[in-house]
Design a protein around this ligand. Structure first.
Ligand code: SF4
Length: 373
């Protein structure tokens, strides 16, 4: 079910911009003509694409005073501009690496469109003149400045435990191509001298607006060794001819290993059939399904949460239907204030008493709030 070329037409939906931002700022309703046309062709604002991008202000602000903005505690783990390094701890005043290696780096707070359920809605889309209320670098500037980029690169180079960088949203492919080229050339250089083993690029630009990807982007990405292209794809209707062409070029021109990340969203993709079509199509197109996330506990996205018992049942039903090469995704919970992504068992293959909860990788025990689901 691959859609034909999307051609933006004057009748397509017009986004409302900053008028419908979240109460604390962030997540303006912005989407490019390409996406606007895709929304119009797939059921409008109530279709599976429209629900991801068209704001529903009443639903999004109902938990404003009680809900969380940064459940993964990224701001307090920022160790250099935009760089979140969570897998280390201070134990009795001594810095100790528990699960060392990976750090997440955000270089901009802009995206090509704004997903209403975004985990980083605390900062993405905050307009240029506005200052956020955390100490994080991107709370004070829409893009990292060159000296901030250099400061973070120097930190990465010197930090002994660090060997993997995940560039993540705000979308790195939206920054000025010259700056993107600079960052990726430096990271590629750190790969070449053996300092970094892996660089991942998390992006949704191939979905939001594949027409925006230019030769400079492919050239910049080609600076990396085996770049992992982590494409956020939630629904099979996002896989248009233009999008697939970009994903193909990322593989062929940049040597990219293209993987998908999916957020489970009520009213968007919470059916076995939709996920079956998504993963089967991805596998057929040479893309590796990687993660399915239970959506994070941010206040503006609670209406997207699929009750966990339903999610677990879907996951159990889906796994045996899929070819092994399409069943490579893990369904995970990135638990609030926890460390790491906790995978759920699949295929109903083990007797698991979910009511007993689970532990994160630090041994902290969590109970799933079934009553709330
Ligand atoms: S592209 Fe990623 S960072 Fe940007 S709004 Fe969507 S989920 Fe958030």
């Amino acid at each position: 079910m691959i859609l034909p070329q999307i051609v933006a037409s004057p009748s397509s939906l017009r986004p409302r911009g900053t008028k419908v931002m979240l109460p604390h700022g962030g997540l303006p309703e912005i989407f490019p003509p390409y996406l606007s046309d895709l929304i119009a062709k797939t059921g409008g604002p109530d279709g599976p694409i429209g629900r991801q991008f068209v704001a529903r202000p009443e639903l999004e602000k109902q938990y404003y005073h009680v809900g969380m903005k940064d459940p993964l505690m990224e701001d307090e783990h920022e160790v250099a501009p935009g760089l979140v390094y969570k897998y280390q701890s201070n134990i009795n005043g001594v810095k100790k690496f528990i699960y060392q290696g990976r750090a997440l780096w955000t270089i901009t707070r802009h995206c090509a469109a704004y997903c209403r359920f975004c985990t980083r809605g605390r900062e993405v889309g905050i307009t240029a003149g506005q200052v956020g209320n955390s100490r994080a670098a991107l709370s004070h500037t829409p893009h990292l400045l060159m000296d901030q980029i250099d400061e973070t690169l120097a930190f990465i180079e010197k930090e002994p435990g660090l060997n993997e960088i995940v560039l993540s949203g705000g979308d790195p492919l939206t920054v000025n191509p010259k700056i993107l080229h600079y960052v990726l050339e430096k990271l590629g250089g750190l790969q070449r001298i053996g300092k970094l083993r892996i660089v991942r690029i998390g992006t949704r630009v191939p979905i939001h607006n594949p027409l925006m990807i230019r030769e400079d982007h492919y050239e910049a990405i080609a600076n990396l060794r085996n770049p992992r292209m982590m494409i956020h794809i939630n629904h099979p209707l996002e896989l248009t001819a233009q999008t697939l062409r970009v994903l193909e070029r990322l593989r062929r021109n940049c040597g990219g290993i293209v993987m998908s990340q999916t957020v489970l969203l009520a009213g968007v993709n919470d059916s076995v059939e939709t996920l079956y079509t998504l993963f089967s199509t991805l596998a057929a197109e040479g893309i590796v399904p990687y993660y399915v996330f239970q959506n994070d506990a941010v206040y503006w996205a609670k209406h997207f949460t699929v009750p966990l018992p339903k999610a677990i049942k879907m996951w159990q039903k889906l796994r045996p239907m899929l070819s092994g090469v399409a069943a490579t995704a893990r369904f995970v919970i990135d638990v609030a204030r926890g460390y790491g992504k906790i995978p759920l068992p699949e295929g109903d293959a083990w007797r698991v008493d979910y009511s007993k909860g689970f532990k994160d990788f630090h041994g902290n025990h969590f109970f799933l709030d079934y009553a709330d689901k």
